[in-house]
Design a protein around this ligand. Structure first.
Ligand code: ZN
Length: 79
């Protein structure tokens, strides 16, 4: 997945690397398991379970499962 149009009309893409769109989200437990060794290198860190995108304009959060093209969850800013 490389491009998404947000409900606010903004076009989100992750073609820039690094970018400010894609978030790497792990639970504390997942992170603890990842870091449970003597030394951790960036390449040793597994991909997060969910692909999480944040719209920089309206701050909506889109949560995707690995290979899905439609989000399994969408969060909109309450205030
Ligand atoms: Zn948006």
């Amino acid at each position: 997945m490389a491009k998404v149009v947000c409900s606010c009309g903004a076009e989100l893409n992750n073609q820039e690397a690094p970018n400010n769109i894609q978030l790497r989200v792990y639970t504390d437990k997942e992170w603890d398991e990842i870091c449970d060794c003597e030394s951790i290198q960036p390449w040793m860190i597994p991909e997060p379970k969910y692909d999480v995108w944040k719209c920089p304009i309206c701050k909506r959060i889109y949560v995707y499962e690995s290979d899905s093209f439609s989000p399994i969850m969408v969060y909109r800013l309450e205030q």
